[in-house]
Design a protein around this ligand. Structure first.
Ligand code: PMP
Length: 443
């Protein structure tokens, strides 16, 4: 619109929408593949067939064992675990699968309180509150923290749950270039003067929202630089650690630990239990005052059924293993393993000539496909060779930036990774996605 192209944007968006709908109909077998097992290193993928001109896919009872390169099961806790699983089964027997009640009625068990104390201790904040769903944690909490008269400055690639929370808050929303602290400063400088006291600004409150590891990019947040900009302009920081908590840092405490940031410098720490902890739900960790305020004012806490007790028990047990409080060194081993696995897989893919996004230590590594038409070829050929991959495209990415998003787990053995690399290399040649020259083998 700045170049006088008013009116074209909706047409382009309409075309993108039309195109992707047609494309997705033809490649629906590459998405929502049913699986019939835990999301471990290997999974049972349910075979599907189509007998009505590719319109509907039907399940069969046959399954195929595939190497799983797509789940967020970063530490391997989503599969049976010698410490977690017996405790989860006991909690299921004791509490059942649901509290059938909201937190302020009968929905708070001793387990919920234990989890909130443990999460606060784990992430290094004074208090925490939990929710039944990670998505809701962002979309319901952001509007409680800020509203009309406030200003949210959000990374351009923040997750949809953050975007929805920001839009629903009624605050003004500005976007800064992805993971670019200088651009964040430019945006802030345009809106407020440096050092201006909070009380003299046109905004009641300013919150900057970023993620620890960006799920479609595999990149680590430039957190130290972002925090120093926020301090300079007296803005609050909100950090979504869905993909980083438990997965990175020497003791699994996420990007703060990895990048040497004091958790006291992050005002609101958000995370989910659906990745490294192999469970479901989400948390906010912050000062005691903020958490007390959320407990008495957030509808998602006051009106929604609390986390399922076995899910709570799963997170408690997983954190205890990570902290070594189960009496073993398995947590430390898992953390070392995911780091080694991720760095090995990423560097081998790069040597083969793939364009891989993201930073070292990140278990998320998108392989660029670019053209969305490469999605079915890449996904189906990998599946034929018993490797299950996740592909992502518009609207989760821009239309011509389709990618395969590989997620590495501590549950993968070296042999698993070598098998995955062999298959991806062959399929990469077939599909034509090795955009760089391969490195010669170093022997
Ligand atoms: N935040 C981020 C950054 C995410 O990637 C996701 C989902 N993967 C969520 C929040 C929502 O979490 P959940 O899937 O646990 O609901």
């Amino acid at each position: 619109t700045s170049k006088g192209l008013k009116g074209y944007a909706p047409i382009c968006l309409g075309l993108e929408d039309f195109y992707t709908r047609r494309l997705y109909l033809r490649i629906q077998d590459c998405f929502s593949r049913p699986i019939a097992s835990a999301p471990d290193a290997w999974i049972d993928v349910v075979e599907r067939y189509s007998n009505d001109n590719n319109k509907t896919l039907h399940r069969t009872s046959n399954t195929t064992k595939c190497l799983n390169l797509g789940s967020y099961n970063y530490l391997g806790f989503a599969a049976a675990d010698e410490y977690c699983t017996p405790r989860v089964i006991e909690s299921l027997k004791k509490y059942s699968s649901s509290t059938c009640s909201i937190r302020v009625d009968g929905g708070t068990t001793d387990l919920h309180n234990e989890l909130e104390e443990l999460v606060a201790r784990f992430v290094g904040k004074p208090a925490a509150i939990t929710f039944g769903m990670g998505y809701v944690t962002n979309s319901a909490i952001i509007p409680i923290l800020i509203g009309k008269g406030g200003l949210i400055i959000s990374d351009s690639l923040n997750h949809n749950s953050i975007v929805n929370g920001a839009r629903g808050s009624g605050a003004a929303v500005r976007v800064f270039q992805h993971n670019n602290p200088s651009h964040l400063e430019e945006v802030l400088r345009e809106l407020i003067a440096e050092g201006q006291p909070r009380t003299h600004r046109p905004w009641k409150k300013i919150i900057v929202i970023v993620e620890g590891i960006y799920s479609m990019e595999g990149e680590l947040c430039q957190l130290p630089e972002i925090i120093s900009v926020c301090k300079k302009y007296k803005a609050y920081t909100y950090l979504d650690e869905a993909h980083s908590i438990g997965a990175v840092g020497k003791t699994g405490r996420g990007v703060c630990e990895l990048l040497g940031v004091d958790p006291a410098d992050v005002d609101i720490m958000m995370g989910t239990f659906t990745k490294s902890f192999g469970s479901c739900g989400g948390y906010i960790a912050a000062s005691k005052e903020i958490i007390r305020y959320l407990k008495y004012s957030c509808p998602a806490h006051l009106y929604a059924t609390s986390m399922s007790p076995p899910a709570v028990q799963q997170v408690i047990s997983a954190i205890k293993v990570i902290l070594g409080e189960d009496g073993s060194s398995r947590g430390a081993q898992k953390l070392a393993h995911i780091r080694e696995n991720s760095n090995f897989f990423r560097s081998e893919l790069q040597k083969m000539g793939f364009e891989v996004l993201g930073d070292s230590d990140s278990p998320v590594m998108p392989i660029m496909l670019y053209n969305p038409a490469k999605i079915p070829a890449f996904s189906r050929e990998c599946l034929k060779q018993n490797v299950a991959v996740v592909t992502v495209a518009f609207p989760a990415t821009p239309l011509l930036l389709a990618r395969a998003r590989i997620c590495i787990s501590a549950a993968h053995s070296k042999e698993d990774l070598i098998k995955g690399l062999e298959v991806i290399s062959k399929v990469g040649d077939l599909v034509g996605i090795k955009y760089f020259p391969a490195e010669p083998p170093n022997h």
